[in-house]
Design a protein around this ligand. Structure first.
Ligand code: PRP
Length: 179
């Protein structure tokens, strides 16, 4: 375990098994629909690549970058679109893939933006859901795990751009982000 962590919350094996289950559900729900799978950079990149490789149905890939946190530990509520999709989504079935939903600001902004472009559907697939932190209502259609209100890093999740490449998700020691 990384020395900056207090404990491991989700092991590589636990995450892998859940990703397989989510991929099977998506395969069943989107059979023959060729959905557009949207990766929200950067945190969801490992979840996204694992999830899409576990799916058997054909899908298309695209990427967006939306910033709400900057380098601080708390959300500001301010959402900025840093990189938009490279394709039109009118009439398409869209699945937004996220690592974590916290306040809900990012995804509610994103859902509004995508719906304004006339897609057939927009659903959310998120690995972690911190329901207790929700400020704006936001339902997660495909959820990996409920997440306690802890500072979690790894498997894409960062603190000040660190720890993203850890293969598991762990709880960061308070001493790391309070110093
Ligand atoms: C995280 C996460 C979501 C957002 C969720 O991204 O990936 O996009 O915060 O928080 P919210 O529900 O409070 O809006 P972050 O801005 O940390 O960027 P990153 O994925 O590049 O690390």
């Amino acid at each position: 375990m990384h020395p900056d962590l207090e404990s491991i919350m989700l092991s590589q094996e636990t995450i892998g098994a859940r990703v397989q289950e989510l991929a099977a559900r998506l395969d069943a729900d989107y059979a023959g629909k060729n959905p557009l799978m949207v990766c929200i950079l950067k945190g969801s990149v490992f979840f996204y690549t694992d999830l899409l490789r576990a799916m058997k149905e054909p899908v298309e890939l695209d990427f967006m970058s939306i910033s709400s946190y900057g380098a601080s530990a708390n959300t500001s509520g301010e959402v900025r679109l840093l990189k938009d999709l490279g394709c039109k989504i009118e009439g398409r079935d869209v699945v937004v893939v996220e690592d974590i939903v916290d306040s809900g600001y990012t995804l509610s902004y994103l859902k509004r933006l995508l719906h304004s472009r006339g897609p057939a559907s927009v659903r959310i697939c998120a690995l972690l859901d911190k329901v207790s932190r929700r400020v704006v209502p936001l339902d997660v259609d495909y959820k990996g795990f409920d997440c306690a209100d802890e500072f979690v890093v790894g498997y894409g999740l960062d603190y000040a751009e660190r720890y993203r490449t850890l293969p598991y998700i762990g709880i960061l020691k308070r001493s790391v982000y309070e110093k």
